[in-house]
Write a protein that binds this ligand. Structure first.
Ligand SMILES: [Zn+2]
Length: 93
């Protein structure tokens, strides 16, 4: 008999396009004020995009404009820079 598994919500990485569970991913959101921020808690309101917890995927998402597509807005260079710093900090943990 099949084991009953709990359904894990999957999200698509805007970088590598792979599906992963939400908990393994970074959430980047556009707040109602129009700011693009890394949502470390996963609880902030706003339109969200997901990337794997890896710099490689974030950089892919930047290059292929996956983040801009998901968040439906233009992302300025300095915002990308800020996000990158935050992800670097997370990766080092
Ligand atoms: Zn990825």
């Amino acid at each position: 008999m099949a084991v009953q598994t709990k359904k894990i919500p999957l999200r698509k990485c805007t970088g590598c396009q792979e599906m992963r569970s939400k908990r393994e991913m970074l959430r980047i959101i556009r707040t109602p004020e129009g700011e693009i921020v890394l949502d470390a808690t996963g609880r902030k309101n706003g339109r969200g995009a997901y990337v794997c917890c890896a710099m490689e995927c974030f950089e892919k998402a930047v290059r292929n404009k996956g983040l801009e597509r998901s968040l439906k807005c233009r992302i300025p260079e300095e915002t990308y820079g800020m996000l990158k710093e935050e992800i670097e900090a997370i990766e080092k943990r």
